[in-house]
Structures are given as C-alpha cells and as structure tokens.
Design a protein around this ligand. Structure first.
Ligand SMILES: C[S@@+](CC[C@H](N)C(=O)[O-])C[C@H]1O[C@@H](n2cnc3c(N)ncnc32)[C@H](O)[C@@H]1O
Length: 197
C-alpha cells in the first residue's frame, strides 16, 4: 500500500532557509563586506526593482548575495539585460544554480569597468553593497566606478539601512532623484535613486 506522507516543509521554504543559512555563514566570516545578518527581504527587493528606469539598456546588479534582489529584477528585465557581480565565491555558486540563464561574474565592484561589455551603455546599477561599512578607500573606488559606468544617462539605485544621513553617492556629487522608505523590512531600509549631477 502506498502511503502519502505530508511534506513537512515545502521546497521553496526549504530553499529560503538554505539561503538564509548560507548568508549568515558568510556574514560570520566577513561581517563588514557582507554588511547585513540576513538577506534582503522580498518587499525591499521589489521596491528596488520598481525604481528601474524605463528603456532597454543594461542593468548591472552589484553585491547580489543570495539573489533576493536579483529575483525581483528578473521579474522586470530579461536575463540577457542583467549582469550580476558578486565578490564571494559561495554566493556566486548559489546565484548560478538559482538563475542558470544569468551572467553572474565573480569580481570586485571596485573594478567594475573591467567586467562591463564595450559599447553597451549601462541604464542602471542596482546596488546592495554595504557602502557605509566598507573601508574608506574601497568605498571611494567603488563610488567612482559606479559614477563612471553611469556617466551616459544611467542611474544608480542603492539601498541602505542608515535611514538618516547622506549617502557616499551624494557626498561624491550624485543627485538623489527618488527616495523610498521600506519600513516593511528587517531592519527598515531606505532606497535611493541617483544620477550623476
Ligand atoms: C547586504 S549583502 C547583499 C544582500 C543581497 N541583496 C541578498 O539578499 O542576499 C552585500 C553583498 O555585497 C557583496 N560585496 C561586498 N563587497 C563587494 C565588492 N567589493 N564587490 C562585489 N560584491 C561585494 C557581499 O559579498 C554581499 O553579498
């Protein structure tokens, strides 16, 4: 006789637990560069994706981690329009198995120009990088790279858990043209969209 056992945890939930576990593990090894104890929430990810400008240019995601924001971006743009950059090998592995059609590059955002295709303007950079917790020289190098990559009418979408105070992007001369508070996230977050002033 076949006995149908109930599934105690549905597969998507199991996947999510696995991703949280992987994230916490990486955070314990490198707290400053991972910058958060748990992945971005689905609500925050959707609000970042909602800031994408219209058009069909390249979208570059920086610091994709376990892919919460990546998933929300893929609901808005096809995989061939999205380039994902992540520094940690374990996260790259996870991203590639979760999104097999996606161009996931293991690399450092401070060398962003090295990974961008020639003659393809960047419409938007979507960044989960913990800019405020990175060492100052690295932060400066990354901000310079972001500005250079979006010099031709691109924008930069950045989230932060610092609800008050100026972003390193505005301190570097970028103009904030849109701001959104996402209280429904743990912890609450701020999403900003910048242009080269
Ligand atoms: C706040 S976590 C990303 C959270 C992600 N949205 C998620 O839900 O998993 C920041 C990510 O930026 C990555 N990161 C930090 N410094 C980086 C750098 N210089 N270049 C590329 N990625 C970097 C970290 O490895 C980490 O995955």
């Amino acid at each position: 006789m076949d006995v149908m056992l109930p599934r105690l945890r549905p597969a998507p939930l199991l996947d999510r637990f696995g991703r949280v576990e992987a994230f916490v593990g990486q955070w314990a090894r490198e707290p400053r560069s991972v910058g958060a104890v748990c992945p971005s929430g689905a609500h925050l990810a959707r609000r970042m994706a909602a800031m994408l400008p219209p058009g069909d240019g390249l979208v570059v995601e920086l610091g994709a981690g376990t892919g919460a924001v990546t998933g929300a971006l893929l609901a808005c743009v096809p995989p061939e329009r999205l380039l994902v950059l992540e520094r940690l090998p374990a996260f790259c592995h996870l991203l590639r198995s979760r999104f097999p059609d996606l161009n996931v590059i293991r690399g450092d955002a401070a060398r962003l120009a090295d990974y961008l295709p020639a003659n393809r303007p960047v419409a938007a950079i979507v960044s989960s990088l913990p800019l405020l917790s990175l060492p100052a020289p690295l932060q400066t190098a990354i901000v310079q790279q972001m500005r250079a990559a979006t010099a031709h009418e691109g924008c930069i979408i950045q989230f932060t858990y610092a609800l008050w105070g100026r972003s390193p992007l505005s301190r570097a001369g970028c103009r904030c043209e849109k701001r959104d508070l996402v209280l429904c996230n743990l912890p609450p977050a701020k999403v900003e969209r910048f242009r080269n002033a």
